[in-house]
Design a protein around this ligand. Sequence first.
Ligand code: SF4
Length: 227
Amino acid sequence: MIAESLESKKKRTLEIIKRLKKTFPEAAIELHFKNPIQLVVATILSAQCTDKRVNMVTPALFKKYKTAKDYARANVRSFEKAIHSTGFYRAKARNIIGCMKEIMKRFGGKVPNRMEDLVSLPGIGRKTANVILGNIFDVPGLVVDTHMKRIANRLALTRHQDPQKIEFELNEIVPQKDWSLFSHLIIWHGRRICFARKPNCPECPINTLCPSRQDVAHAAVGLKNKG
Ligand code: SF4
């Protein structure tokens, strides 16, 4: 098989963005938050958990804890209890409280706006940092979560499995101004059409641009026969 050139991948990606934008004009982050501290907390809670579940837990949490100082001083046991249903609650409590202590100590209680500072905080890796940069500070950030990893591979935009390698490869393909938008579009696409187990290829708006599409005609017949 002849490898696709970078130029061709770039062109294909622009068309992917165009079509997904048309399909999901409202694509945006689905976590609820009103300020940077809330987004840090919600993003850490969203690891291995649905945004829907996180959004059920955060209203009470945000009412009780408002500032970095509130979190830094939280009682670990009662904090763990409050976030219990999001899973991995011990590690998440440790990370959130540890992160807020650092934000107090090193950044005067304010969430920093540079990648190198963000990734130096407990519980924040490049994925979370890019979510924060893109959604709070308007700094383009490419978010490599489970959807991005799966779909970028299906679209043959990368062959890597390592999130950082995927991010750096996509940074070369996707225009920088669109890094955050592309992240939202792919995550929405993954949640609504390009599912992990059974992607809905027949109804996919980018199926003509995807080398992994299942036989669309065949799949459509299969659906018909089922009905
Ligand atoms: S054609 Fe299928 S595999 Fe490819 S992006 Fe669309 S839903 Fe995913």
